[in-house]
Design a protein around this ligand. Structure first.
Ligand SMILES: [Zn+2]
Length: 194
């Protein structure tokens, strides 16, 4: 993974811990999340803000497989976002990702506790199972995340279910075992619980 340099403090930072911050002049600066938060705290008049930094944690999924999660916290005005994600090839279309939003003054460890609870609830569920013909939807409910498939020409999504990338066509093929059934599609903000 190529590290990037924060233009404010000069820290060499892994790409997942940086932000391309827009200025009022419409230019972008690459900042580490700590510098981004310090500038945001100043801008939003948040006194005594301390950038929360959490070491990675390992959690087990329903199959007993271990997943390593990294954290990034971003101050967004009067809210703070805490994200947890796997570094699956540094590609957003792989692995589990979770986010929680709360008031900017909230205790970072409370926030971390809530996020880890949410992660454990999600990891305890499996929506896909493998049969002779490949991955199938296990029940009648699939939870996941919509990502871009990365193909500039197609602009099609892929979905990430159980932390696994599923191509749009493959997802369609999975749904063919429900031919004639109805469906209900509900889209939820990343910080909501699916
Ligand atoms: Zn920095």
């Amino acid at each position: 993974m190529t590290e990037q340099t924060c233009v404010r403090c000069g820290a060499r930072t892994p790409p997942y811990d940086t932000v391309n911050a827009a200025s009022s002049e419409g230019t972008y600066r690459l900042l580490c999340s700590r510098c981004f938060n310090e500038e945001m705290a100043q801008w939003a008049d948040i006194i005594g803000f301390e950038h929360p930094q959490f070491t990675p944690v390992r959690l087990l999924d329903a199959d007993g497989d271990s997943h390593e999660f990294h954290f990034r916290s971003l101050l967004l005005g009067d809210q703070i976002s805490l994200e947890a994600f796997e570094l699956a090839g540094n590609d957003e279309s792989e692995g589990f990702r979770f986010q929680i939003l709360d008031e900017s003054q909230s205790d970072p460890f409370d926030l971390l506790g809530k996020l880890v609870q949410k992660m454990m609830r999600a990891l305890s569920m499996k929506h896909l199972h493998e049969d002779g013909s490949g991955l199938q939807v296990a029940g009648t409910m699939a939870r996941g995340r919509i990502e871009w498939d990365g193909d500039e020409d197609s602009r099609l999504p892929c979905v990430v279910i159980d932390g696994k990338r599923v191509e749009w066509n493959d997802f369609g093929a999975m749904l063919m075992s429900f031919e004639g059934w109805q469906f209900r599609l509900e889209l939820l903000d990343p910080s909501d619980e699916a």
